[in-house]
Structures are given as structure tokens and as C-alpha cells.
Design a protein. Structure first.
Length: 127
């Protein structure tokens, strides 16, 4: 479910979340965060493509699942606005709102690309 909190509408990344994640995972080796971010970038692109495809097919269950999956990953890395937008797509899918979903999926795509660019610029980016 999307949040109305303005903090969740800030584009990009909450670097505090990445810092906490780095702290929590520090005992698992220095490559864990870059690997996690690489998986996020790869799988996130697949989820965005899946949202577009399922929406084109009128598969609202598939749309909801793709949005939900990306939302969880986005929350994990601190991409709060992306997570919030995915929540809006989930709501659209649940309520069978095609027109709204089209707009929100485009917003998700744009925000995902911004987050991916920001991640490539972090010290945790895969080498």
C-alpha cells in the first residue's frame, strides 16, 4: 500500500538504509552489498518489464505480483519513492484500474532507472 508520508515521495535512495544494510551484512564479506545491488538492478529491470507485459495482457494478478516483488526489494535498499510507486501499481492492479496503472508503471520505470543510476555511482556498486 502506498504511503502518504512525504519522506516516501523523495526520489532516489535513502543512503541511511544502505548504510544500515552494510552494517548488518558486514560479517558476510565485502562483496555482499555489491552483489545484492547487482541482483537488485538485474531483477528490478525484469520486474519493470514484467509490469509492462502483464499490464498489456490485462493480467492484473501478474501486475500485482511484479509490483509487490519490486516494492520489497526497493524497500530493502532504501529506494522509498520507488517502493511507494510500486505500492500504487499494486493498488491499481487490485482495483483493476488500467489507466492509472499505465501512468504509475511509467513512473516506476523512470524512478527505477534513476535509482539504478544512483546505485552505479555508490561505493557499493559492483566493480
Amino acid at each position: 500500500m502506498p504511503r502518504d508520508d512525504p519522506e516516501f515521495d523523495e526520489p532516489g535512495l535513502d543512503r541511511r538504509v544502505l548504510a544500515r544494510l552494510r552494517e548488518v551484512l558486514q560479517d558476510h564479506g565485502e562483496q555482499v552489498i555489491p552483489e545484492l545491488l547487482a541482483v537488485f538492478a538485474d531483477e528490478g529491470a525484469k520486474r519493470v518489464a514484467s509490469m509492462r507485459a502483464t499490464l498489456d495482457e490485462g493480467d492484473f494478478a501478474g501486475l500485482k505480483l511484479a509490483a509487490h516483488t519490486l516494492r520489497g526489494s526497493a524497500e530493502l535498499i532504501g529506494a522509498r519513492r520507488l517502493a511507494n510507486l510500486c505500492g500504487r501499481v499494486e493498488t491499481d492492479a487490485r482495483e483493476l484500474r488500467t489507466v492509472e496503472a499505465l501512468g504509475h508503471v511509467e513512473e516506476v520505470s523512470t524512478e527505477f532507472e534513476q535509482v539504478a543510476r544512483l546505485l552505479r555511482g555508490t561505493e557499493e556498486a559492483p566493480k
